[in-house]
Design a protein around this ligand. Structure first.
Ligand code: NAG
Ligand code: NAG
Length: 513
């Protein structure tokens, strides 16, 4: 009889917990993931507060309270995300830029009345806090409210975060995603580059980034706060949105979970005009979209013309996400749209090829629909994604600087005509979808687990927070060296004495003879 009672109690403990989901970063592709999580938690009866620049605004979610941070989008009026392009800039500039961006966002959000109201709440107002993984500042909330904290990344982790929570972090086996190398690295120059990138990120975080976030967090969360890096390390569970195709297959700590298929929904019915265009495209349709970050207003005119020329030469209908619905020189087979319901388009059987910038979410949407790709990677993780998809055989890559109409046309034709890309895409789709439960179910389950077990500190890895001298066993090697050296000295003295003794006897003997 005991067992069912205990089981019932376990279920009971998490009944309607108070959860604060605090996700400040102004990027819709990040927020899609967090929205799915807070929505699901609220549907399960938890009392959830979602602090975000992209509120869900669904009146049916009666257990969800939303705080609007859309003011944080203002930071992009003065910054250009193009700096996150590895070819264009030096590494320190990336660190400085990233820090500055996050600092500016925090400054904006902390001025908002609704945020101030939340921070006035007493300790223990929440049973669980969920934040975005990449920004150390918000880990301070666990000190403010004395509640366990879970972090979610809408993609993988940086090498710095891997290091902090005790995942294996070796620059040759697991290069930082920013380097854009497939692992393990074989080329010596790439090895050196990866080591260099890891070191710069590590040192910058250690000596500039963390101290700065620590100072900011103290002003809002209390001067008595522990050092912010220790609070990052104190995370109950960290989630990476990483599927088996993009995973770098790293040795990971028990409190780091790679989850995938978090926000992907069943395709919605298409608007009638798009449905007709797709149904009529009997010879096939090419879908062209460079995502939300690449803005066409910023693309040079001659590149736009090269793209339109290539698309016009294709024997297919082309559906193209563009800055406007009409454009000078638009070929007849090309349909331009400002907004396109991407998941539903990709689910249509007539789609032959998807030309994409290779963002993680677009790539995943292509994978679950088994659509082969032509990737034109611009920034961030896109170059690495392009390499992974190409090496897995479901894509071809064109570098943005080499876009020419004939190259683009020929590459699209190659991927459309050769069955092997589609077969590979289907193989990867089957791997992607074969999981015991979706990423969303997994996250929700672990959130309740952390509440049930009051922070679940038993999941922490002993390698989290180990210092470099311990990791490289310099203390052990030091003792071994001292013992060996002492042995050597002792041997030298003993053998020296014996030899002298023997010589002495010999001399004696010679004298006596
Ligand atoms: C709201 O929470 C209650 C329990 O507190 C739950 O029974 C109900 O299903 C939830 N409703 C919605 C729409 O989230
Ligand atoms: C670290 O996490 C545990 C479990 O959530 C919590 O009890 C503890 O107070 C946290 N430590 C700090 C310094 O916040």
């Amino acid at each position: 009889m005991k067992f069912p009672i205990v089981f019932f109690q376990l279920l009971n403990v998490v009944y309607s917990a108070k959860i604060l989901g605090y996700f400040n970063f102004p990027s819709i592709s990040h927020q899609f993931v967090f929205q799915a999580v807070v929505r699901e938690l609220s549907l399960r009866g938890h009392e959830v507060t979602y602090v975000s620049p992209n509120n869900i605004k669904d009146p049916k979610l009666i257990n969800l309270t939303e705080v609007d941070l859309s003011d944080t989008y203002k930071v992009f009026e003065t910054t250009d995300a193009g700096i996150f392009n590895r070819n264009a800039i030096n590494l320190i500039a990336v660190c400085v830029f990233g820090n500055k961006l996050i600092e500016d966002i925090i400054t904006i959000e902390m001025e908002l009345e609704q945020v101030k109201e939340i921070l006035m709440k007493p300790e223990n107002s929440y049973d669980l806090i969920i934040v975005e993984a990449m920004n150390p500042f918000h880990y301070g909330l666990q000190h403010k409210f004395k509640a366990p904290l879970i972090a979610i990344s809408s993609f993988g982790l940086t090498s710095v975060l891997h290091d902090i929570i005790g995942n294996q972090n070796h620059p040759i086996l697991y290069p930082d995603a920013f380097c854009g190398y497939l692992n393990p690295i074989k080329n010596i120059w790439e090895k050196i580059d990866s080591f260099y990138v890891n070191m710069v990120f590590y040192l910058y975080s250690k000596f500039v980034g963390m101290p700065k976030y620590d100072k900011m967090a103290r002003t809002y969360f209390g001067e008595d706060m522990p050092y912010v890096e220790d609070l990052v390390r104190n995370v109950s569970i960290m989630f990476g949105n990483v599927d088996p195709i993009f995973s770098d297959r790293r040795a990971i700590a028990p409190n780091y979970k790679e989850v995938w298929n978090i926000h992907l929904k069943a395709p919605q019915p298409l608007p009638a005009d798009l449905q007709r265009i797709l149904d009529d495209a009997k010879t096939g349709l090419v879908y062209f979209s460079l995502g939300t970050n690449v803005r066409f207003e910023h693309v040079e005119e001659n590149i736009k013309q090269e793209i339109l020329k290539a698309l016009g030469d294709l024997p297919y209908t082309v559906l193209c996400k563009w800055e406007s619905e009409d454009y000078p020189g638009k070929p007849n087979n090309v349909v331009l749209r400002k907004w396109i319901p991407q998941q539903s388009i990709l689910a249509h059987p007539n789609v032959k090829v998807f030309v994409t910038q290779g963002g993680l979410q677009s790539s995943e949407e292509a994978i679950i629909n088994g659509v082969p790709l032509v990737v034109i990677p611009f920034l961030g993780d896109q170059p690495l994604n392009a390499k992974i998809l190409t090496s897995r055989g479901m894509a071809e890559t064109i570098l943005p600087q080499s876009i020419k109409n004939d190259l683009l046309r020929d590459t699209i034709l190659k991927v459309a005509k050769n069955e092997k890309y589609r077969l590979k895409a289907h193989e990867l789709r089957d791997i992607f979808l074969d999981q015991p439960r979706t990423g969303l179910e997994e996250i929700v389950w672990w959130c309740e687990y952390v509440i049930r077990h009051k922070g679940a500190t038993h999941l922490r890895s002993p390698s989290a927070g180990v210092s470099l001298y311990e990791y490289f066993m310099l203390d052990v090697l030091g003792v071994i060296f001292i013992v060996l050296f002492a042995t050597y000295v002792a041997m030298k003295i003993i053998f020296g004495a014996i030899i002298r003794l023997l010589r002495g006897q010999k001399h004696e003997k010679q004298k006596n003879d």
